[in-house]
Design a protein around this ligand. Structure first.
Ligand code: GLU
Length: 451
């Protein structure tokens, strides 16, 4: 049997790094086990779901390279949820309740004040048919709760290990709203069963949902041919560098924002695939290269720290090992179509973001402000410039001649030349840059005639 996993975002906001981690882990799990990866949009919350967010989610997934094998949208599956609701009503696991939100809030607070778990007291179960009819006649519509069984719920979590919930501490969840619309707790379980999801890998904010959903799975599977309660794995949520919840900063950690900021998708994937494991964080150029080393067992229970500085460093390291063919098109789109692989190989070790190549292109072919700290030296050096063609041996030959003629060596020789030729103290090796700058431009810069 093939493994089936899903990533199920609600299109009520943009994807951020925390979502991306769950998506990636599911994707890797599917690839590792030859399974299928479903992208499911949990869009039953009509007030908050938007088409714009849904489209952004698909764009972000494509950007990360996390292609789905199957796609589903909950709003297309309302008839399936209606059938599930009928089934649960028929087996008397759904019961109508009429409390208003204010009443429920009062009850909850009074239980908390008495030191009791704030679960629903099941008052609706004691209502008579007459009580209900009276309320309905007055125009009140019920919402529907799932009747939990009193036993404890246990499962073997692939990340958290054995999990145990006391049935008495769980509240009967509302599965259907007053207006008849099904809620996530139900729709997710129906889909997981019907779409063949056998491993549910999600954030640990869903642990309590799992306890009730296990009972719901059992009720929905009852009398059904095939299907079983999925295996669960709950990943700890990411925290910021000082241990605070990431949720406060999610805006700046949206994938869309990272993309606009010039972060490479494989930098995000490389970081998220190993964050929270004991494995070293290092750049991987292809998702496929992450599959071999993937093992869900390597993910720990401790909340991993997400540090944007680590992402920045990884982004730079990734670019430093990226071959020209993989950036050629993007360089062309930046107007650097003619730059060529010599240019890329010369400068890639000095960029944090791909856009940084623009500066180095200006150093090679554009206008810069040369710094002439030692005019005697640079004038003499200009006179000793050899004739073209130049290659990466030219620098050594030329500076050897300049050293012999001027008696300068080491930093006193190289720094004034670097600052005159590039306008900067640091940068790529000059033996690679010099042929790209070319003789005419080098001569002009060394003598302060032009940029
Ligand atoms: N739509 C839910 C969420 O975004 C999915 C949770 C789940 O994976 O079941 O939190």
């Amino acid at each position: 049997m093939t493994v089936g996993v899903r990533f199920a975002p609600s299109p009520t906001g943009r994807l951020h790094v925390g979502n991306a981690r769950v998506a990636l882990v599911n994707w890797l799990f599917a690839r590792k086990h030859g399974g299928s990866f479903l992208l499911r949009l949990d869009d039953t919350d009509l007030e908050r779901s938007t088409r714009e967010h849904a489209e952004a989610i698909e764009r972000d997934m494509e950007w990360l390279g996390l292609k789905h094998d199957r796609f589903a949208r909950q709003s297309d599956r309302m008839d399936r949820y209606a059938l599930a609701i009928e089934k649960l009503k028929a087996s008397e696991r759904l019961y109508p309740c009429y409390e208003t939100a204010e009443e429920l809030d009062l009850k909850r607070r009074s239980r908390l004040a008495r030191g009791l778990p704030p679960i629903y007291d099941r008052a609706a179960l004691t209502m008579s048919a007459g009580d209900r009819a009276k309320l309905e006649a007055g125009g009140q519509r019920p919402h529907w709760r799932f009747l939990l069984e009193s036993g404890d719920v246990t499962w073997d979590d692939l990340v958290r290990g054995p999990c145990h919930f006391h049935g008495a501490h769980l509240s009967d969840p509302i599965l259907v709203r007053e207006d008849g619309r099904p809620l996530y707790t139900l729709t997710s379980a129906v889909d997981d069963i019907e779409l063949g999801i056998d491993h549910v890998i999600r954030g640990e904010d869903h642990v309590a949902n799992t306890a009730v959903q296990i009972q719901l799975f059992q009720a929905l599977l009852d009398g059904r041919e095939g299907g079983s309660v999925p295996v669960f794995a709950h990943l700890p949520l990411l925290v910021d560098a000082v241990g605070g919840a990431l949720s406060k900063r999610l805006g700046s950690l949206a994938l869309e924002g990272l993309r606009a900021d010039g972060i490479e998708p494989m930098a995000v994937n490389s970081l998220l695939a190993h964050l929270g494991t004991a494995d070293p964080i290092q750049p991987f150029r292809r998702l496929d290269d992450l599959v071999a080393g993937f093992d869900l067992k390597r993910f720990g229970r401790a909340a991993p720290h997400f540090d944007p500085r680590e992402l920045n460093q990884l982004n730079a390291k990734l670019l430093h090992i990226t071959p020209y063919a993989e950036v050629a098109q993007r360089l062309a789109a930046m107007g650097l179509g003619g730059a060529g692989d010599g240019f890329w190989l010369a400068v890639r070790g000095n960029v944090q973001r791909l856009a940084d190549v623009k500066d180095w292109w200006d150093v090679c072919q554009g206008a810069i402000r040369p710094a002439l700290d030692d005019p005697d030296l640079t004038r003499a050096a200009a006179e000793l410039l050899p004739g073209e063609p130049w290659d990466d041996r030219t620098w050594g030959q030329w500076t050897g001649a300049v050293a012999a003629a001027t008696g300068r060596k080491g930093k006193a020789l190289f720094m004034p030349l670097r600052r005159a030729l590039t306008g900067r103290d640091h940068g790529p090796e000059l033996k690679s840059l010099l042929p790209l700058i070319g003789r005419a431009r080098a001569a002009a810069r060394l003598t302060g005639k032009a940029a």
